[in-house]
Ligand binder design. Structure first.
Ligand code: ZN
Length: 232
């Protein structure tokens, strides 16, 4: 079935970072899933610079949400690119194709400074790059998850932007605005999530992934402006 042309809202920036056609697949696919990721970087530009290189092999997501809440569209959301990297339960890249990926700019897991400074550091130089002070408790979450104890917080502007983006994508593509049940949100369970329709996280599809991770507060998506999503 032919879908009508997409009207992109003005708050989506689809000009600044636009991938060349070597960066994704032009094929249009019906969508029934949104997958949240984190970039393990501090800017949207860093992922764009990686993805626009043909050597990256069409790995990308359609959207990247900056720390300040700006939403960048990198390719048309009815097309697709590799973004899950699943080695099982993904015949013909079925889950990459049926989903829309949203990368949220976030440094990922943090570690206490190895030299004993009062900072939590992110991965560059083997976790020597400071992200925040240990005393800045609003900037991270302390919780054991997949071998790390600290995860960088998302910004309030990112929660607002992701909520708005998810609302629009669910309406536009008829994706159920449904979250995983609370007991499933932290787990990797490809059997369940390969059948799931709604909004999920990369860490639900792979046991070795830290994103979107425990710092993402699903309840803020539940209470975002226009949608009234239910837990499945
Ligand atoms: Zn990811």
């Amino acid at each position: 079935m032919q879908t009508p042309p997409i009207e992109t809202p003005a708050w989506i920036d689809s000009a600044t970072f636009r991938l060349p056609e070597t960066g994704f697949f032009r094929q249009r696919v019906p969508k029934d899933l949104i997958v949240l990721h984190a970039t393990a970087s501090s800017t949207a530009r860093s992922v764009f610079d990686t993805w626009k290189n043909p050597a990256s092999g069409r790995v990308a997501t359609a959207y990247v949400v900056e720390r300040n809440g700006r939403v960048y569209e990198m390719f048309p959301p009815d097309c697709w690119a590799y973004h899950l990297g699943m080695r099982v339960r993904n015949p013909g890249h079925y889950n990459d194709r049926r989903s829309i990926g949203i990368e949220i700019v976030n440094p990922g897991p943090l570690r206490p400074d190895p030299e004993g400074a009062d900072t939590l550091n992110w991965w560059p130089d083997n976790f020597r790059k400071p992200w925040c002070l240990i005393s800045e408790k609003e900037k991270y979450l302390c919780r054991e998850f997949r071998g790390f104890k600290y995860y960088a917080a998302y910004t309030q502007k990112q929660y607002a932007a992701v909520g708005q983006l998810v609302d629009w994508l669910c309406r536009r593509f008829g994706i159920p605005r449904v979250l995983p049940p609370a007991t499933q949100r932290d787990v990797s369970d490809p059997d369940t999530f390969c059948k799931f329709r709604g909004i999920a996280a990369h860490h639900n599809f792979r046991p070795d992934k830290f994103d979107v991770g425990p710092a993402w507060d699903w309840n803020k998506l539940l209470s975002s402006a226009s949608g009234r999503p239910e837990a499945a």
